[in-house]
Design a protein around this ligand. Structure first.
Ligand code: APR
Length: 243
């Protein structure tokens, strides 16, 4: 369990940071009832995310992939931001410079009031036409038509970065730039099994950032960061915002 000394170190770092960055993963939404990818409840019809969130899976069976997303969209719609999301929105209001980098596609950070968000894996409420490339909001839940179609009648896909696909390079450049001058970086609720959070953390640390990881369990970040806080996002983050 996390001790009060670690909490006060983290609080002080946050308070004294001119530039603060946060990277979140599925764990920050776990207390909102959205299963993490690699934790309990992460499987759908016995498929792992790696088997469905790929361009190949979509090409093979777009209906199956959309059924999985339709299920996840239903869960996300029911979910409410938890104290972890709300605390991050609050931290943003007191920081001089702030960026929230999220791997989550559920939209809960925005609903909690966060403003400067980089959704590096896209957003589950947007779709993109595979024919004409049109991007559009897709909010109906459950979906009326699977797979959903664009106005041009082309099949749409979720506007999400899948396994084997590249990140938006402009967005990534902006993030790396921001992290080059970041005083404190907090990673929350990510296993680091997808390597981007580890890469970004190493980048920020090599430019002088103090890195804090928050996770109830050991993660790929645990051995890298300066300070590891063991606990749940919804319980620890509110403590960090009582500045
Ligand atoms: N608070 C904080 N962390 C938590 C909580 C909680 N209440 N509950 C679970 N966790 C932690 C788990 O210990 C785990 O380390 O959240 C992490 C979730 O890990 P993953 O399921 O691997 O999710 P994430 O790291 O976000 O996955 C990255 O993989 O499948 C893809 O694109 C998908 O964005 C996702 C990416």
């Amino acid at each position: 369990m996390v001790n009060s000394n670690s909490i006060s170190i983290a609080r002080q770092r946050i308070r004294e940071s001119r530039r603060l960055a946060v990277i979140t993963g599925a764990g920050v939404s776990a207390e909102s009832g959205i299963p993490t990818f690699r934790g309990p409840g992460g499987l759908w019809r016995n498929f792992r995310a790696e088997e469905l969130a790929t361009p190949e899976a979509f090409k093979r069976d777009p209906k199956l992939v959309w059924e999985w997303y339709d299920w996840r969209r239903g869960i996300c719609k029911q979910a409410q931001p938890n104290p972890g999301h709300l605390s991050l929105a609050k931290i943003e209001t007191t920081a001089t410079e702030f960026l929230l980098i999220t791997q989550n596609v559920d939209g809960l950070h925005k609903r909690a009031g966060s403003k400067r968000i980089a959704e590096i894996h896209g957003n589950i409420w947007r779709a993109r036409c595979t024919l004409c490339g049109n991007e559009f909001d897709l909010e109906e839940t459950p979906l009326l038509e699977i797979p959903p179609r664009c106005k041009c009648k082309g099949i749409a896909r979720p506007d999400i970065v899948w396994f084997g696909e590249t990140y938006d390079q402009d967005l990534l450049e902006d993030i790396l730039d921001f992290l080059s001058g970041t005083d404190t970086l907090i990673t929350v609720g990510t296993s680091g099994m997808v390597p981007m959070p580890v890469y970004l953390t190493r980048h920020a640390m090599s430019h002088g950032a103090f890195a804090i990881d928050l996770n109830p369990d050991e993660s790929e970040l645990s051995g890298i960061v300066n300070l590891s806080l063991r606990g749940k996002a919804g319980e620890i983050l509110p403590n960090l915002t009582e500045i």
